[in-house]
Design a protein around this ligand. Sequence first.
Ligand code: UN1
Length: 479
Amino acid sequence: MSELHKNLINGEWVGGEGKENINPSNIKDVVGVYAQADEQQTRDAIAAAKAAFPAWSRSGLMERWSVLSKTAHEIFARKQELGELLSREEGKTLPEGIGEVTRAGQIFEFFAGEALRLAGEIIPSVRPGVQVEITREGVGVVGIITPWNFPIAIPAWKIAPAICFGNTVVFKPADLVPGSSWAIVDILHRAGLPKGVLNLVMGRGSKVGQTMLESKDLNAITFTGSVGTGKKVAEASIQFNRKFQLEMGGKNPTIVLDDADLKVAVESVAQSAFFSTGQRCTASSRVIVTEGIHDAFVDALCERTKNLRVGDALAKETEIGPVVDPSQLKQDMDYIEIGRNEGAELRVGGNRVNAPTEGYFLQPALFTGVNNQMRIAREEIFGPVAAVIKVKDYEEALATANDTEFGLSAGIVTTSLKYATHFKRNSEAGMVMVNVPTAGVDFHVPFGGRKGSSYGPREQGKYASEFFTVVKTAYTAAG
Ligand code: UN1
C-alpha cells in the first residue's frame, strides 16, 4: 500500500479516507493514494484561510515574490518527474505533460514578478485640495476549484495570482486527478507560505465542493469545469454577494477557407481536435470548410487522423494518450453513436484500440457530412471527436462558427488578410486564432471566453488582477 497523500489544512498535513489515483493507460497501475477531505475538514480549511488573510494581505512583497519564484524554480528543476506524474495520472503524452509542468513554472515566475508591479493611481479630485487614490487589495478567501484535464497548469494560473495579490486560498483539485495538484501544494508549502495561506482539500464535489459553495466565508470562487457545476457555483455565490469567475465548456470552430495552406490546415485541426485526447475546453470540435478545399482537406485530414499513434501516455511513440476514465470514454463513444444516428458519416476512427495494458484507448474519430444543428456539432464532447461541416463561402462559415451557445476559442486557416481581419473582428469568441490551433495558449496574456463559455474577468497575465483584487478609492483632504 503506498503512502497516503494528505490534505493541507492550516499548515498541517491531515489524513482522511484514502482514494486510489489510477493510471488511465494501465488501470493496474495505482499512481498514489490521496486523502479525501470531509465537510468538517473543508470548514476547517476555510476558517484557517480566513484567519490567515489579515496578515497575508499585508505581507511584504518580497515574501510573496520569494515564495512564488522558489516554487517556479522547483517546478522547473523537477519538470521531468512532475511531467511523468501528470501523464501517468491524466493520460496526456509525456511531451504534453512536461509542457504543462513547464507552463505551470512559467506562470509562477510571471506572478512572482507581478507581485512587484502592483500599482494604483493618484487622481486630483474635483474638489480643490482633495486627492483621490485608487488602489487594489486582496479579495479575501478565494475558493479554487479545478478540472482534471490540466491538473497542474490550471491550479497554477489560479493559485499564483491569488497568492500574489494577497489572498488566502482553499483549493479543491479534481477528485479524479489529484497528484499533480498535491505536488504543487507541497512545493508552495515548503517554499515558505505561512500556515493557512494555502489549504488543500482533495475530494468529491458533492462533499468538499458543496461545503465550499455553502460557506459565507469564501469571498470569491474561481472555477474551471462543466457548465452544470458552473451554474451551481453561480447560484450559490450570488446569495453571499461572492465574487465568482467561471470557465466552462466550448464548441470551438476552426474555419478552413479555400485559400488555406493545406498543410497548416491539417496540422492545426489535428492538433486542436485530437491532441491531449481532445480533452481541452479549447479543443476544436467543429471544422467548418468551404467547398473548394473541402474534399482535398478531408482526404488529407483522414490520412493524418488514421495514422495518429494512440497508446500509453508514457511511451515514446505515442501521439494520443488514453481517455481519462471510463465515464469520459462512455461519453465519447455515446456521442460517436449519436453522430452516426444523426446521419453524419464516420470517416475514420471512433473505435477502441488494443494495447499491451488495459487502458481507455480510443482512435480519434472524424465525422464528415455534419450540419451545425446536429448534437455532435452543438454539445461539448470533450474527447477526440471532430465534425466537418461543409459550407459555401466565408460568410456562411462565419455565421456557422458563431452559431453556438459557446464562445471560448475560434480559429481560421486562410492566407487572406481580408478574411483574417474580418474574422478577428467578427468572431464571437474570447480568443481568436489565425493559422494557429484553437488550443494551446500562452501563459502571459488573458485567457477566457464569451457567451456560455465563461463568466467574469479574464484569467492569466496582468488581467488576472481584476478578479483577484478589489478596488479601493480613497479621498484625502490635504488641509
Ligand atoms: C490550452 O488550450 O492551452 O480546461 C489551455 C481547459 C482550458 C485550458 C486550455 N481551461 O481546457
